[in-house]
Design a protein around this ligand. Structure first.
Ligand code: 13P
Length: 287
């Protein structure tokens, strides 16, 4: 069943593990993630960026596909359909389209405007039974054409946003979307600790999960991270498996060009990656 992300994240925070947010791009992606969550008995969050939503013919199409697939596959674990890095308008559109969770990313506004817009969207989300994530301190890297530098959030600003009644907080701690550059300084655990001290029971979100070493992931979970977003890593393994299939000439053998065959190795690669992350985050068996 599709649910708000609130309960699964509160449980994760209390139980010292993290729920994975895996971004979806199409039907294969969605199916691979749902089946792996079911196999590992893990709660899961399906992330949809505004760009991916547009690509999949709009938020309503996405919500209808995910709801129908969740039912048809007989998924029993809690699944949240979550907008990733929403604009003010996009957040409203997803609430209307039937998403069960949203992220409003007001981190590029000054703090007063971020507070005002987040406050309004918290009320709207909760009126509709939907969980809401907010962001303080821009996450670095590129997301749908927007490039940020990987800031460390101000813990006092984090507290102000957390106090608005949001359900999860994304705070920059030196993390970056996409592959980390060789000279990356690593996560700032000092910042994370200070944010955790100020925000207490609030589930914290770690964006840019791709390429963060396992020991840093575990330490971040110890320090209060309850949701970890992974996108690029699934794209990379999907592309590599598909390339291998084509380079081996398998698309030219028999009916190897059939999309159900052509996309199968990539889909299996996503399943393996998602399973690896679920085990690392410790959410297996927690559904
Ligand atoms: P990566 O693409 O680096 O895994 O980040 C995903 C993310 O944070 C989505 O919001």
């Amino acid at each position: 069943m599709l649910v708000s992300a609130k309960e699964m994240l509160d449980k994760a925070k209390a139980g010292h593990y993290a729920v994975g947010q895996f971004n979806i791009n199409n039907l294969e992606w969605t199916k691979a993630i749902l089946l792996t969550a079911e196999e590992t008995k893990s709660p899961v969050i399906l992330g949809v960026s505004e760009g991916a939503g547009k690509y999949m013919a709009g938020f309503k199409t996405v919500a209808a596909m995910v709801k129908a697939m969740d039912e048809s596959l007989g998924i029993t674990v809690p699944v949240a359909l979550h907008l990733d890095h929403g604009t003010y308008e996009g957040t409203k559109a997803c609430i209307e389209a039937g998403f069960t969770s949203v992220m409003f990313d007001g981190s590029h506004y000054d703090i007063e405007e971020n507070v005002a817009k987040t406050k309004e969207l918290v009320e709207l989300s909760h009126k509709n039974g939907i969980s809401i994530e907010a962001e303080v301190g821009a996450i670095g890297g590129e997301e749908d054409g927007v490039v940020g530098m990987g800031e460390c959030a101000d813990p006092d600003e984090c507290k102000r946003i957390a106090d608005l009644g949001i359900d999860m907080l994304a705070a920059g701690i030196g993390n970056i979307h996409g592959v980390y550059p060789d000279n990356w300084a690593g996560l700032s655990f000092e910042t994370l600790d200070a944010i955790q001290q100020k925000t207490g029971a609030m589930p914290l979100v770690l964006h840019g999960g791709t390429g963060i070493p396992d020991d840093m992931i575990k330490k971040a979970i110890d320090l209060g991270v309850s949701k970890i977003n992974v996108n690029t890593e699934c794209q990379l393994v999907f592309a590599a498996a598909t390339r291998e299939y084509i380079e081996a000439g398998k698309d030219q053998q028999g009916k190897g060009f059939d999309p159900r065959k052509l996309l199968a190795p990539g889909t299996e690669a996503i399943k393996a990656k998602v399973k690896e992350k679920i085990l690392l985050f410790g959410s297996d068996g927690k559904a």
